[in-house]
Design a protein. Structure first.
Length: 306
């Protein structure tokens, strides 16, 4: 997505107060990355699938897991997730990320629901004036990091012009090295004008923003991702990141893809889930966009070699 600086600088959550420096930094990164994703990217799935790695994962250890079990209306587990607050000028997103369970809550059926609404009950101020939308952004900074492993989430994404859900990771050293030197791995991003396509992208020094290295995966038969749950994953190893959707591998990236730039993905990263509204890449909502829109997350899981 995009990376500004800490606190109000991060992601330049424009003059907004951040829950933590990392949270802010992560916001910056995400906005930068998202803005940079190759909007026209499209890659045909490889003939092989991630199923070949399923057996090996059986012998791996679960390093992080949240199945979002709990009473309806409950906030996420604060021992696992930080809730970021503020807006994002760098990507020109329109939402204000709220605290607590206002826009991110369990549904009582084993899901986390992140909701984007066209509202402003708190008179929140954004980079463009009085905010028009609210939503939520969560990360595991300071709670959980991983270096390598299988990272996946099963979710049902929202739909509509200007709607921008994402599941991604940022280098945990962002507070000291900044973005894009921290590195960013976008596991799944979708922009509403492409209902049947998701994108996976790497961002780093020399290949950030619109220069990110990645590709898209398109569902067959004109299907839309918002119509059902799908599983989005990366298999991350030294000098390799491999993306899959529902077990089908659609791209693999290695240092050879970076045109001589530094590979910055051999260190700890933390996780991020967010639902943005508007921005340079997806464009703003229009008369065809209905609200509220929901990103429904069944689980997030990270398995690593034991």
């Amino acid at each position: 997505m995009t990376v500004p600086s800490p606190h109000r600088a991060v992601r330049r959550l424009s003059r907004k107060r951040r829950t933590t420096l990392y949270a802010a930094l992560s916001l910056l990164c995400c906005s930068v990355v998202m803005t940079a994703l190759p909007a026209g990217a499209s890659a045909a799935p490889d003939p092989h699938t991630a199923a070949s790695s399923t057996g090996s994962r059986a012998a791996q250890a679960v390093a992080f897991e949240d199945n979002f079990d709990g009473a309806a209306g409950s906030a996420v587990d604060g021992g696992k997730w930080l809730t970021e607050t503020g807006d994002n000028v760098d990507n020109h997103e329109r939402q204000y990320y709220t605290a607590g369970n206002s826009n991110a809550a369990l549904d009582g059926q084993g899901n986390l629901v992140i909701t984007a609404r066209k509202e402003n009950p708190g008179n929140y101020q954004c980079w463009y004036g009085t905010c028009e939308y609210t939503s939520s952004r969560l990360n595991t900074s300071g709670k959980f990091t991983a270096t390598y492993g299988h990272v996946e989430s099963r979710m049902k994404i929202p739909r509509g012009q200007g709607i921008w859900p994402a599941f991604w990771m940022l280098g945990a050293d962002i507070g000291s090295v900044g973005w894009p030197n921290s590195g960013e791995i976008d596991i799944m991003e979708n922009v509403g004008f492409e209902p049947g396509t998701v994108h996976g992208t790497l961002h780093g020094p020399g290949y950030s923003g619109s220069g990110g290295i990645g590709a898209g995966y398109t569902l067959p038969g004109g299907a839309a991702f918002a119509d059902d749950f799908h599983t989005f994953a990366v298999d991350w190893a030294p000098d390799s990141v491999t993306w899959s959707v529902d077990g089908t591998v659609y791209q693999q990236r290695t240092p050879a893809d970076l045109n001589g730039n530094d590979w910055v993905f051999d260190k700890p990263f933390f996780l991020i889930l967010n639902l943005a509204v508007g921005g340079y890449w997806p464009g703003d909502p229009d008369g065809s966009t209905s609200f509220p829109q929901e990103l429904v997350v069944d689980y997030v899981r990270v398995t690593t070699g034991d």
